[in-house]
Structure formats: C-alpha cells, structure tokens
Design a binder for this molecule. Structure first.
Ligand SMILES: *Cc1c(COP(=O)(O)O)cnc(C)c1O
Length: 423
C-alpha cells in the first residue's frame, strides 16, 4: 500500500516492464482509431474487450453445428447439452461459490426477476425493498414492477439509501442503521456489490449479516463487481446474486448473465419459481414429463437451453481469468487505479473532482470524475484523441483501468489527454 508513484512517462513504462500481468494485454483485441492507432480503452466497465481466442471458440461451435446438426447436443467437441457446465467451475471460483451455487443463464435483468419471483415475497408486515437511490435504471424498473406485481406501491415499498448531503457515496454505517431501524418491514435487500456510477464497493458481508439478523432476504447485483473485485459469496452468505458477463468478464455484447443461489436454498423445493425445462431434473428432462421437478442448486432456475454461440466467448475469457487469478488482478487493479488518481491530482487542479471513494478497499477498477461545465464537449475531445471512456449525464466521466488488459502507459496517456481536454 505504501507504493509511491512518479509523474513521468518513463515511470509508466518501467511499471509496465515490472508488471507480472502485462503479457495478458496481448490476448485481447484493442479497437483502433480512424488513423489506425490503438485506442486508449478505459471502458471495461461497460463492455470488456474481445479475447483473441473468442473467435476460434465460436468457430468451433459453428463448425460442429455445420457438421453434426442436432447431434451436436451430445457429440460436439464440447457437447451442447452440458455446455453451460464448462463455465460453472471457473465462474464459481471467480465469485467465491461452490459450483452448484452458480449458473450462467439468461441476462442480468431476467435473472433478477427470476430471483425476485422466488425470494421477494412481500407480506403486510414485511413488504419493503431496500435499494440504492439512483440504482442502475434496469434494476429500478425491475424492483418497481415486482412491487406492483404483488399489488403494492413503489412509493410505499421502496426504501432508498442515499449519500449524506454534500457526499457522493453511501456510508456503510448508514446502510447498517437503515437495516437496524427498518429491518422488520424489509422483505428484500437488493444492493449493487459495486455501485455503477461511483464505483463504491458495498460491505457485502456486513450487509448480509445485518439483513439476516433482521430476517430479511439479501441479494446483490454484481454487474460491476464480477471480475472486478474478489468475491466470497458462499462465505458472506447472501441468498442470491446476479451479474452480467459483458463488462469486466469480457463475454461479448449481450452475453449471458450469471446467477448465484446460496446452498441453503439448493433444495428448497417449496420456493415459488418460474420454471422452464432446462431447470428440470436432468435425468428425466428428455422424458418430457408434464410434472416439473427442479434440479438442485442454481441450475434449477434455468429456463431455456442456452445460446451456445454466446457462451463460447465467455469460456475464452474465463480461461484467461483463471490463468491471471483474481488476487493478482486485484493487486494490480489497486495499484493502477491509485496511479491514475495520483496523476490526475498531480497534473490538474481545481477543475474536476473524483466522486469514487479514495480508499482502495472501498472501490474497484474505476474512477468517476465529475467534470466542469461544457463536459459534453470535453468527452468529444477525448474521443477524438482515441480515449474511450463513458460519459454519464450531466457531468460524470467514468473510466476503468482494467488490470487484465490495461497498462500503466494507458493510464499515463489518458491523463495527458484528460489534461489537454480540460485546457
Ligand atoms: C449493466 C447493468 C445492467 C444491465 O442489465 P442487462 O439485463 O444485462 O441488460 C443492470 N444492472 C446493473 C447494475 C448494471 O450495471
């Protein structure tokens, strides 16, 4: 943690030479500018880059489909019926779960609905959902529609956590006191593991403990946490979690999402659930019984046979993750984000502020920078310089120095362009 940084370009180059993960950069495709140079890509929080191996993984499935037709379900090089299981082990290790606790299926918002169908069961006494104010819009729509589906009103049921006046992140102690004060009326706590706007990490272990003490169900949206920070879902003990695979996990646009259901619910046959044939007991699935018998564990929530062509690139990426290792990635991530923060503060003074928490343990690979008036023009200038980040109205520019493929020199270049664009 006592690492010190220097401002010069040579320092960035030296850091890259020393970086044990630097070679992973070559395993990804970087978008090019119009003039053919590699972009400074800092947008892994929105869409991760394509692993070089993704293409051949997809081509393998196209080939087997071409050669085998329906036989591919059982006789493809990687048979399609159990294909999703090729991802279970890696996925489980990535989120700190047992393989039976995770499944890759659907998309994030669909999985959130499926989980709420089982785990949000409001009663007169206990009907509230605790969420973040300004959560990702899809989550807000999902929560509101679930509340209405059960005949309640979002105005009365949605408890929203907000930063204190003048602050941009939510304090852990405020989450805890909200749970302690209102816990008896809360049916479900549904928070992001990492807030998409600020990059703030929530204390998932503490929140789960506090929520369970009050009898609440606890779920997390890990869209910005999976592949970004180390997770120990099984030990922390939330009831469920959902995430997408196209952000830090590099699964490709619209790739399937992930879902975690804690082991304690693996055989909760009485839970209501929206069922489909892929969640049916495997041994008898093809007997086409009219009676649904769910598989144990997270797989029991599957609905459909998954799109193999979309799973293939995710396999490619997960293999790279396993090689790199989440702990090594986290170490580099902390250093890279601190380096970016250091350079920003050194190079530029008043004109911007960083709303992401300054403490490394409270943030992932992200800085959200509040920029002054004329910000739109500012992000256009950056785009023209080949810097790809993410602008959110009205004034937030979010950048993700992703440890798997970004370098210290990327960060250095970004700050040069950032300073130039601010003028
Ligand atoms: C990216 C993201 C989503 C996107 O949902 P999809 O169903 O994958 O389109 C939802 N919630 C959060 C918090 C996100 O960051």
């Amino acid at each position: 943690m006592g690492q010190s940084f220097e401002t010069g370009a040579e320092f960035a180059a030296a850091m890259d030479r020393k970086d044990p993960l630097a070679h992973f950069r070559q395993r990804f495709c970087f978008p090019k500018t119009k003039s053919g140079e590699e972009c400074t890509y800092l947008c892994g929080h929105s869409l991760g880059l394509q692993p070089n191996t993704a293409r051949s993984y997809v081509e393998q499935e196209l080939h087997d489909w071409c050669e085998l037709g329906v036989e591919g379900h059982f006789h493809a090089q990687n048979p399609w019926v159990p294909y999703h299981r090729l991802l279970a082990g890696h996925t489980a290790s990535l989120v700190g779960a047992n393989p039976a606790e995770v499944v890759v299926m659907n998309s994030l918002t669909v999985n959130l609905h499926l989980m709420m169908a089982s785990f949000y069961r409001p009663t007169k006494q206990r009907h509230k959902i605790l969420a973040e104010r300004g959560a990702f819009p899809s989550d807000q729509y999902a929560l509101q529609s679930q509340i209405r589906f059960h005949g309640y009103e979002p105005e009365a049921c949605l408890l929203e956590l907000a930063p204190r006046c003048g602050e941009s992140c939510i304090r852990d102690e405020d989450v805890e006191s909200m749970i302690n004060d209102q816990g008896e009326s809360i049916a479900l706590i549904l928070l992001g593991g990492v807030n998409y706007a600020t990059g703030q990490i929530f204390d998932m272990e503490g929140i789960t403990r506090a929520g369970h003490r009050k009898g609440c169900i606890v779920g997390f949206d890990l869209a910005h946490a999976a592949g970004n920070i180390p997770l120990r879902l099984h030990d922390w003990g939330p009831d469920f979690a959902v995430w997408c695979s196209y952000k830090y996990l590099n699964g490709g646009p619209g790739c399937l999402g992930g879902c975690f259901v804690h082991e304690r619910h693996a055989r909760s046959w009485s839970l209501p659930r929206f069922a489909g044939w892929w969640g049916h007991d495997e041994a008898s699935r093809f007997r086409m019984d009219p009676q649904f018998r769910p598989m144990a564990g997270a797989e029991g929530w599957q609905l459909s046979n998954p799109p193999i062509l979309a799973l293939a690139p995710l396999r490619a990426s997960m293999e790279i993750f396993m090689e790199a290792g989440m702990d090594r990635l986290r170490t580099k991530s902390i250093s890279l984000t601190r380096y970016m923060e250091f350079l920003l503060h050194q190079r530029i003074s008043q004109k911007f502020s960083i709303i992401t928490p300054p403490a490394p343990q409270r943030r992932g690979a992200q800085l959200s920078i509040r920029i002054p008036a004329g910000a739109r023009d500012f992000s256009d200038k950056l785009a023209a310089a080949g810097v790809i980040g993410d602008f959110r109205e009205p004034d937030i520019f979010r950048v993700a120095p992703v440890p798997l493929y970004n370098s210290y020199q990327d960060v250095y270049r970004f700050v040069q362009h950032f300073a130039a664009a601010l003028g």
